[in-house]
Design a binder for this molecule. Structure first.
Ligand code: DQA
Length: 141
């Protein structure tokens, strides 16, 4: 299967950004290990700090690829445009958050994206991305 992982704003700083919340591992390090776990599948990674670039990428892959694992960062809580893009495409999207957003500030409790996503994984650290990939591949994969 062809699966795209998308990280939104500030997630390029994983490993250095607020390590008590987001951990010490960079996403590049984590992603190399993740690819090795799924040798039969094509896992690709894209990160952008820009809302429009995330929307463009959703449009680009969203009619042909098998699944998208999306951590839209703070755009989760603000972006009707990303929510609309998820609704517009055919590829299923799994929403992931590294931290348990429900234990944090009230403004992080609402997601514009969740109603348009196939599923949501919250608060399980970087392992959430692996679980998102597994959700797309299914039990047979
Ligand atoms: C996050 C949670 C968001 O509230 C925050 O803005 C992020 C990261 C997470 O992965 O826990 O940038 O999506």
């Amino acid at each position: 299967m062809r699966i795209l992982l998308i990280n939104g704003p500030n997630l390029n700083l994983l490993g250095r950004r607020e390590p008590s919340i987001y951990g010490n591992l960079s996403f590049e390090q984590y992603f190399t290990g993740l690819q090795a776990q799924f040798p039969a599948h094509e896992l690709t990674y894209f990160q952008s700090n820009h809302e429009g670039a995330i929307i463009d990428k959703l449009h680009e892959v969203g009619f042909d690829w098998d699944g998208i694992v999306l951590n839209a960062g703070a755009y989760t809580h603000t972006s009707i445009a990303i929510a609309d893009a998820i609704a517009a495409i055919e590829t299923p999207v799994i929403e992931v958050h590294i931290s348990n957003v429900h234990q944090r500030e009230a403004f992080r409790h609402h997601s514009y994206l969740s109603p348009n996503c196939k599923g949501v994984i919250v608060g399980l650290g970087l392992q959430g991305y692996e679980l998102g990939v597994r959700a797309i591949i299914g039990p047979e994969g």
